[in-house]
Design a protein around this ligand. Structure first.
Ligand code: PLP
Length: 474
């Protein structure tokens, strides 16, 4: 299996090469040359598999430059019930991503039982192990530089802590994350983890990362890398749980299901799209957005008009406050019949801060790919959190509530609907309190996390200071 760029102007790479590369040199994103396809018969064999076996089977179709027994070891090390230990009391942690039936034909797929309580752990934990493996084979090391407003940074740090050959330099806006998120990251004492609090906002942190990465001499000398959401390894790891969830809530592979995905950078739902292309019987993929509804507008009108960060709202589902979805290009590439020149025409507008509108023929083709969408507002989320607590005694977080809202907009009694739970409610305690009048109980391990000693640096909004810090510590 080789990987190609959506813009058609880069050499084909193997999996291990793509893993450590961000954007392709031509500015595109990497995708497998073809998607492996499972027949109904091979789906039958997959149905019986454990999460680990399923993951290994799917990974093997996309990775052919890592020996099978090594890939097996990495996979089995990544997905253990001890790592995904925050399952609800009535759920089986052994399943890694267990489902929960809320109502007839309405299911939650619990993706957030990992160490940082958000679905990003599922992919990031895999990257942690496979980065360590590939770097060791190549006898190389990597300094991961990133900016976070909360979820991504903690998932990356918990995945990379203690890994050989990897260091993490994570920038966050000083005093702008919740106390819980801050404690999650800053309480890590591992020698290879560096938290840098910047006197500024999230965009300032992101600008510093861009400035450092654009300095190619510095970047190469200091082996700067990233684990952002365009990383193919993350998408790959996310394909697995669509299969797992499907087998869990259906009795046979003839059944179709609908899936709703709380969406920001389009990484999670892109994995769902690929699972569907591989033959998983998904009828609809429902894109759920919050007030930042650029994608909802696109799927309703064919008009894609990304917004600047100044025009992006701060909402109560903050991990979806995104107005330019970095993985969207992957889906449009497939939608346009994998014609790089067609794609390049559209993105020449997007890359200059502009927008595009699909022609009618391409727009009509969206239906063949199963995509529909909906958006929600703060009021919807709070109301649904309260309603689901009263009706089903289940507390959902604000992002999952965005998902439930969109799912109900498109719910059809005869087709099972699976809503992806992208975070646990204890990550967003203030909103939960607003909805149900109390905070959700924390697991014992996390009760006093805010009181643990914290390790971090505070720097001015200044690229030079960050660069010298990396040089001293890398
Ligand atoms: C990252 C994140 C999302 C958005 O996922 P994408 O893959 O970027 O679409 C949704 N919910 C939560 C809680 C997240 O952390």
């Amino acid at each position: 299996m080789k990987y190609i760029s959506t813009r058609g102007g880069s050499p084909k790479l193997s999996f291990s090469e793509v893993l450590l590369t961000g954007l392709a040199p031509d500015g595109g994103l990497y995708l497998p040359e073809t998607y492996p396809k499972f027949s109904l018969d091979s789906l039958k064999q997959l149905r019986e598999k454990s999460y680990q076996e399923l993951a290994l089977t799917i990974f093997s179709h996309f990775i052919n430059d890592i020996p099978h027994h090594d890939l097996k070891e990495i996979t089995y090390k990544t997905y253990t019930k001890d790592v995904y230990s925050y399952a609800r009391p009535n759920q089986d942690a052994e399943q890694i991503t267990p489902t929960l039936e809320l109502d007839k034909n309405l299911f939650l797929l619990s993706l957030s039982n990992g160490p940082t309580l958000a679905f990003k752990d599922i992919a990031m934990q895999f990257l942690g192990h496979i980065f360590e493996y590939v770097l060791n084979k190549k006898n190389e090391s990597l300094n991961i530089l990133g900016a976070t407003s909360g979820d991504t940074g903690s998932a990356a740090e918990y995945a990379m802590k203690g890994k050989k050959g990897v260091k993490v330099f994570m920038l966050s806006p000083h005093k702008k994350m919740s106390a819980f998120q801050t404690a999650q990251m800053f309480s890590l004492q591992d020698e290879n983890i560096f938290n840098i609090a910047i006197e500024g906002v999230f965009d300032d942190c992101q600008d510093i990362v861009k400035a450092v990465s654009n300095d190619l001499i510095f970047k190469n000398k200091n082996k700067i890398g990233a684990v952002n959401s365009i990383n193919w390894g993350r998408i790959l790891a996310q394909i697995v749980y669509y299969f797992k969830g499907y087998f869990d809530i259906t009795a046979s592979n003839e059944e179709l299901i609908d899936v709703t995905v709380p969406t920001g950078n389009f990484g999670n739902i892109c994995a769902g799209h690929i699972a569907r292309m591989m033959g998983l019987p998904i009828r609809h993929l429902v894109v759920a957005t919050n007030e930042n509804d650029v994608l909802d507008e696109f799927f309703k009108t064919g008009n894609y008009a990304p917004r600047s960060s100044k025009k992006t709202f701060h909402t109560s589902s903050p991990s979806m406050d995104i107005s330019k979805a970095s993985n969207f290009e992957r889906f449009i590439f497939d939608l346009l019949g994998r014609e790089p020149n067609e794609l390049k025409k559209l993105w020449s507008e997007v890359d200059q801060g502009g927008s595009f509108k699909l022609d009618l023929e391409s727009f009509n083709r969206i239906r063949d790919f199963g995509f529909i969408s909906s958006s929600s507002k703060h009021k919807n989320r709070i109301q649904l959190i309260s309603e689901y607590y009263d009706k089903y005694n289940v507390i959902i977080d604000t992002h999952t509530a965005d998902g439930i809202k969109a799912a109900l907009d498109h719910f059809d009694d005869n087709t099972p609907m699976m809503v992806l739970e992208t975070a646990l409610p204890i990550k967003f305690e203030e909103s939960i309190e607003e909805a149900i009048g109390k905070r959700p109980d924390r697991p014992e391990k996390l009760k006093n996390i805010e009181l643990l000693p914290q390790k971090y640096e505070v720097f001015n909004n200044d690229v030079t200071q960050v660069k010298s810090f990396i040089e001293e510590n890398s």
